[in-house]
Structures are given as C-alpha cells and as structure tokens.
Design a protein around this ligand. Sequence first.
Ligand SMILES: *Cc1c(COP(=O)(O)O)cnc(C)c1O
Length: 397
Amino acid sequence: MPTHLPRKDLFEIPPGVIYLDGNSLGVLPKGAAARAARVIEDEWGGQLIRAWNEAGWMDLPRVVGDRIATLIGAPAGSVATGDTLSIKVYQALDAALKMRPDRRVILSDSGNFPSDLYMAQGLIGTIGKGYALRTPAPDAVAAAITDEVAVVMLTHVDYRTGRMHDIDAITRAAHAAGAVMIWDLAHSAGAMALDIAGSGAEFAVGCSYKYLNGGPGAPAFIHARPDIVERIDPALAGWLGHAAPFAMEPGYRPAMSTERLRVGTPPILQLAVLQEALKVWDGVDMAALRAASIALTERFIAEVEARCPMLVLASPRDPARRGSQVSFAFEHGYAAMQALIARGVIGDFRAPDIMRFGFTPLYIDEADVIAAAAILQEVLTTEAWRDPAYRVRGKVT
Ligand SMILES: *Cc1c(COP(=O)(O)O)cnc(C)c1O
C-alpha cells in the first residue's frame, strides 16, 4: 500500500491553527466523534449490558492492544491496554523488582518524566526494604548499570529535550548486568519505527493520547515479553487480569497472558475512539514517517536558528539522537509560547524555560514549519511576548 505523508485529510485540524503539540495531545481524527456517538447511542443506549458481548466491548482492550503492538514492533497478544501510563509504569516496575529479589536499585535518569520517577518513589515507599532510585544524567546511564541494579527504567525520548536513548544498546547493557529493562515509549510510539521485540526488553509502556491520537485520557498500554508473562506477579491484581473473571473466585489466579496486566473495567468509550484513531496508521510505512519527521525537525531548527538568534537549541542537533520534537530554551519562553498560541501556532512550555514543538508527520508539512518559524520570528523580534496577558499561567502549560 502506498504511503502518502502527510495525511491531513484524515484529521480535524481547526482552520488557522498550526498544531505543533501532537506530542502532548494528538489531533482529533475524522471518524472518532461519530464512533463515540455510535458507542454512546447505539451500544450503550440501545444494547445496554448486552454490548459487553454483542458489541465486542469485552474484546476491545485486546484488539486495540494488538493494533498498538504492530506500531511498537511487538507480537500480537503481548500488549494490554487500559488505565493510565503512570499505573502501567508502577505495574512494570513492581513486576521487574520481583524478578530480581536479591537486588535493590531502580536505575532511571534525571531527565525522565516526573510521574515515572514518582511512581518509582511511591513503590519504594510501599515495599521499604532498602530500595533506592538512582537518576544519573541521561548520558551517564549506561555507565551506571551495575550488578546492584534490579531494573533499568527509561523513557526512550526525553519529554523536555527530545533526546533519544539507544534502545538496543541500553537493553543489551542492562541484560549483560543481569537487570530487567523497562522502556517508556510515551514519546516514541507513533513517532518512529520501533522494534521492542527485537530489543529483548522485558517491558514497554506508553500512552495513546500523544502521537497515537486517542484523545484526552485515552488508555495506556503495556507490553510484556511473552516468555516472562507467566512469571509476572501482578501488583494490581484486579478481576479483569484474572484467568476467569466471571468465575468470581475468591482467590486471585492470573490470566496466562499479558491480560494479567489488566486491572479493572476497560474504558470502552476511550478504547473505541482509540481504535478509530488507529486507523490513520493503516498503510503507513514507519521508515517513511521517521524520514518525514527528521526532515521537518531539521527544517524547523534551520529556520528558527536563522530567524531567532535569541533562542538556544535544547534538543540534540544530530537527528539520529532526537525524537520527533524540537525544544528551544528562552528566558521568557512561557510568555513567548502564549503569544505564539494567540497567533495560531500551538506548541507548549515545560519549566523552567523550554519552548517545545512537536512534529507529527501525519498532519504537519513543510509549509506549516516555515509559517510557524515566521510567526515565532515576529513574536520575538517585536517582543510581543511582553504583553502582561501572556504571563498569566494556566494549570496546564
Ligand atoms: C505523557 C507521559 C506520562 C503521563 O502519564 P499518565 O499517567 O498518562 O498521565 C508519563 N510518562 C511519560 C514519559 C510521559 O511522556
């Protein structure tokens, strides 16, 4: 099947908007709203409880997991969906620690997303027993993988800078030291080709509302390497991870598949919307997607550096070490981003001073990149960001 990038016609992009924040909340795919309406009106409204069987609700977590599996290079049946990414991080961490009972160190990095680190801290507080979380600088992680490390837990693409770890090399180093490997693919699933099975990592987790366009609150996913699944002792032993949920047994008996990483009732509305959203990936060649992503980020860096000398590139210059986003440091970054958003160019801001721009090749093209850079130049050269209205901080930045 031929690949046509971008595929803007598959998305509801508001007129006048250049959307460079699909790495945080993906755009609404066409068809998603109609699907949600069908699920609400026909299935919930019309079929009521019968829909669990008759509308395929009970199978939806697995069906959607199988579709995500193809995007991360994992085998069918190895991806469970549901809950939020923070919960999936917790489950993977707990399972990994139990696989290395004689070790006490969780190794991550100082650039990891706060929630991943908080979940590790919370888990350590719950288990006690002298566990420790180590967070060296990203470049120092490989050297910090010692035989004390039970689990290496890293986010592949840094949410703030876009810096990218080498999945294969770090997984090899973790395994050579006897550690379990967990990859968080929040900023890479749907942004590039991935081969999680080829890496041999035990676990991979991610969310579906960023590059996968599943909408706010869309369910997370967790992959477990098939050969370890039956040894996973789930921290959150919910009834839908049970081997026979409707046997209503008093004791927990885990499903003999990745389903044991499910917890409770799946979010059907969100899963249905996500299933619809994942159709935009049909026929997409992920190598072509990555090539388009690199072309867009390279062009944006070149345009911005030529037009806006006051901004300092905070992402790796080498595209091979960068995800599908570009970040610039600027002292007045928050206000400048607000001024930019007021002009229809939507990126976001991450404390303390990062202006972040995501490039989603399915719906961003070169003309968008050039237009966005020109508007950024206007905001900076006129100092439009000095307007006090742009300094008011929302709850979400
Ligand atoms: C977006 C993101 C999260 C968010 O977790 P939720 O539980 O879905 O809110 C967690 N970790 C990383 C690395 C992220 O990029």
